[in-house]
Ligand binder design. Sequence first.
Ligand code: ZN
Length: 310
Amino acid sequence: MSLPDGDGVDDVHRLHDRPAPNDYPERLQCAGTLVVPELPEMEAWRRALDDPVSAFPIVKAGPAHVATLKTYDPPLSTLEGRRLEGARRRAKRLLFPTDDGELVVLVHLMTAGRLRYLRFGEAGPKTPAFQLVFEGGSRLVLTEAGAKKRAGVWLLTPEAAEEELAHLGPEALGLGAERLGEICAEESRRLHSLLRDQRLVAGIGRAWANEILHRARLSPYALSPDLTPAEVERLAEAIDAELERGLELRERGTGDKKTYRVHDKLGTPCYVCGTPIARVDFEEHTIYYCPECQTGGRVLKDRRLSRLLR
Ligand SMILES: [Zn+2]
């Protein structure tokens, strides 16, 4: 069993053009855009789901799409009659432990999966990728836009869940300059790539990496061991400030357009200096940055993986 973090997927930009699927809660849904969930988005969802999922015991677990449910032992029916303790989060994953401490439902939405809590009688998808029905008829449903089923649900013992999450680095929010400095020194990586590596720092994807590096006034191509202590400090502060800003906005239901200030903003004036935001292709990713604030006026060159391999 492995849990890819969803960042290697290059169809995010195409997905942006599609209408949003049915999200829970509604206030996290924004017309015309698909929010790609990273730490702020997942934490906003976790907070919204925490109370409703623990209100009533589960009466029916499933059905589950064969590609979505990643485990078969214990069977889903083991959940029936149990109550969830609430919603927890680790990196970009949601965890729903049972209140008897015996089982954990682990959900990874990847880029296109969505969880929605439906009250009794509320219309939902005809064929959810996964569903839990609670006493009284409310439901937790997982849907996924597009034909490819990438989102996953695992039913695990707490020990197996811990093992499944063991490869993840420390949570990005609240990481601190000291720990970040160690990570930067241990691994020589370009900053944009380091921030997105879930084994090093957990919870950040491409969108928030763009926002964080802009706020820290650091080049996405800068190599991590080259950072001065002052720059590490600035980066640590930017991680917290941007993720907290994102969480606050997502909890209020703000859409991508108003949440992001750099990500996906090619050509719009930088909110600090007014220089048009630039874009560069790096490996499989598209990076957005301000040439004035972040790279001393230099325009970064494309480093597409396909070109590097040629
Ligand atoms: Zn700028």
